[in-house]
Design a protein around this ligand. Structure first.
Ligand code: B12
Ligand code: SF4
Length: 527
């Protein structure tokens, strides 16, 4: 922390407070090596959330910088992502209005591609596309010590990973206590799924594992127990996956929590063996399935062996304690409601802990744009560029699906209706059953937000007993069991007179298990 006001602020607007920016910590950690010790001493990190009004962010940043000084430029570097580009544009506009002498530098995935038409790029002084670890310190050095940079848009230097300082010492004690700690053992992805920004990487680069694990141990010794790996495919190189998992097995504590993104069709025996050693509550795997339709997979260049995927998911569900968070995407080119429904049913039959239902977004720079004309793809022009309609699903169907996804989060992914879910999904197609429930909920409540657990319990009671005419008392008992297990403490009308033992004391062990389960049910999972 500099004694005098900083000359360089690294800033971003995170999606929520719990997300700490790993990208900016890289830039800060590399200031000395690629900019100079004097620059590091004059740099600070200031994070905000997108919920904070732009005027407040501007006031806080200007306050931090103090008066404009004559001795040279003051620099603010912003990390720009899909979730913050609108708000950051406003912040940059206000900053440049108030203090035109400020040098604004932009970087991050949202301004790394198709930046020519972006308002924020017009307002800023410099843009570094791609990796910023080396180029940002170098640009600051040039701005402060000269020679002045000639280019406004700089293509970020992609240095060898051994030339990049690891950022983990930049996580503060407060970060360790209250925020998710993002870490990366590798960057990039060798696969080419056309909807994904990582498909442009063409390959993956691994950090030196010894060096990385030493840094991770530093975090662990400081008390960190909650690690989210942002590696696009954790199980790409099995030897590395095993070494990392063994590292954590050697440090197992009851509060350890590890999140990894894995590809579903690559789970060799030795990796399975290692995974099976972890007790409940520690491992969370995010498994992107996206679509089970071979035609759609081929169209978007997604290589996925569906048989192996199902066999591996089945193994994980039956033989490991890993919490399985799976993803499906609606609206891919050529995917119909019927083919999506088949994929959902196939996935649901495997019983993963969560199925996250996303809607396709056309990210800047991604090759999926090549299908727009042929497959009738219409995307929102504003972030997050969600698909509005395709040749295979019209606008009304997309909206219908978005409501379904919201209700699915409330009723299935929330974990609050574990037993009643099987009633809701009964029938030959769980997806069709849930779609009917979703349509009914929409017609009867007219909303997808602000629905309390009590409104949902009463709504479900009506639907299950009156619309699909299940036996009243057994429905009530199942809803009662779920309601009580969820820990809710109010009074749904359908359970009136049945909630007598709800104050039954909960043992410490039960409470601890519930907390671990809730931790897994958090909706803040990554893409
Ligand atoms: C963590 C994360 C999130 C978190 C948010 C984190 C936060 N800070 O608030 C959560 C889970 C909320 C999230 C949500 C979403 N995310 Co997300 N997420 C990520 C993830 C996994 C890690 C980011 C990271 O730390 N990377 C590692 C660091 C080192 O890389 P980096 O951030 O890119 O930083 C480097 C450069 O960009 C650059 N740089 C960064 N900042 C700056 C600043 C300056 C000044 C300069 C010069 C350079 C620079 O230098 C850094 C070092 O080289 C990435 C995938 C990935 N592995 O990167 C996706 C990713 C960023 N997400 C993406 C998307 C699409 C989403 C969602 C829309 C997904 C969805 N299905 O809805 C949502 C949007 C949420 C919303 N509210 O609208 C896309 C981004 C597209 C974009 N244009 O921004 C990514 C790249 C995934 C992908 N492969 O497609 N996400
Ligand atoms: S979806 Fe996953 S596997 Fe496909 S390119 Fe993106 S990160 Fe790689």
């Amino acid at each position: 922390m500099p004694l005098s006001p900083p000359r360089i602020i690294l800033s971003t607007l995170n999606a929520k407070y719990i997300h700490a920016s790993l990208g900016l910590r890289y830039l800060l950690a590399n200031m000395t090596r690629h900019g100079g010790a004097d620059l590091r001493a004059q740099s600070v990190l200031r994070e905000f959330t997108i919920a904070r009004p732009a005027v407040e962010i501007v006031a806080a940043l200007l306050d931090e910088l103090g008066e404009a000084v004559d001795v040279g430029p003051q620099i603010i570097g912003f990390g720009v992502y899909i979730w913050n580009v609108a708000a950051t544009t406003e912040v940059v506009r206000l900053l440049k209005q108030t203090r035109p002498s400020l040098k604004i530098v932009l970087g991050g995935p949202e301004v790394s591609y198709e930046w020519e038409d972006q308002e924020i790029v017009r307002l800023a002084d410099f843009l570094i596309t791609g990796w910023g670890d080396v180029s940002f310190p170098k640009l600051c050095r040039a701005l402060i010590h000269g020679p002045q940079p000639l280019m406004q848009v700089i293509s970020g230097e992609q240095a060898g990973l051994e030339e990049i300082e690891l950022p983990y010492a930049e996580y503060s004690t407060n970060d360790l206590a209250h925020r998710l700690l993002y870490v990366e053992a590798s960057r990039g992805c060798p696969f080419k799924c056309e909807f994904c920004l990582s498909s442009l990487d063409k390959t993956a680069w691994a950090f030196d594992l010894k060096y990385f694990l030493t840094a991770l141990d530093g975090l662990y010794q400081r008390g960190a127990r909650n690690f989210k790996f942002v590696d696009r495919t954790f199980n790409l190189k099995i030897d590395s996956s095993l070494t990392i998992l063994q590292f954590f097995l050697d440090r197992l504590t009851p509060d350890l929590f590890l999140h990894f993104e894995v590809i579903p069709d690559h789970l060799p025996e030795r990796l399975k063996e290692m995974i099976a050693h972890f007790p409940p509550g520690v491992l969370q795997f995010e498994v992107g399935i996206q679509t089970f339709s071979p035609a759609v997979q081929q169209r978007i260049s997604r290589r996925q062996d569906n048989e192996k995927t199902c066999a591996n998911l089945d193994w994980l569900v039956k033989h490991s304690h890993a919490h399985l968070h799976t993803d499906l995407i609606f609206g891919l080119p050529g995917e119909t409601l019927a083919s999506f429904s088949e994929g959902f049913d196939r996935l649901y039959a495997l019983q993963p802990d969560e199925i996250q239902l996303g809607v396709l977004k056309r990210l800047r720079g991604t090759p999926i744009a090549r299908h727009s004309k042929e497959y009738g793809m219409v995307y929102d022009a504003n972030p997050p560029y969600t698909v509005q309609q395709t040749g295979a699903v019209d606008t009304a169907e997309v909206q219908r699906f978005i409501r379904l996804a919201r209700y699915w989060d409330l009723l299935a992914n929330s974990g609050r209706f574990k037993q009643s879910l099987s009633l809701m999904l009964a029938g030959p197609s769980p997806f069709a059953a849930f779609l009917a429930l979703s349509d009914w909920l929409w017609q009867s409540t007219g909303k997808t937000s602000g629905l309390t657990p009590e409104i949902l319990v009463d709504g479900l009671f009506t639907y299950l007993t009156q619309v699909i005419e299940l036996e009243v008392e057994s429905v009530r008992q199942i809803l009662l069991a779920d309601y009580q297990a969820s820990g809710a403490r109010a009074n749904p009308a359908c359970l009136a007179g049945h909630l007598k033992d709800r104050e039954k004391p909960v043992s410490r062990a039960e409470r601890a298990l519930t907390q671990r389960q809730t931790r897994h049910a958090r909706p803040d999972v990554m893409l």
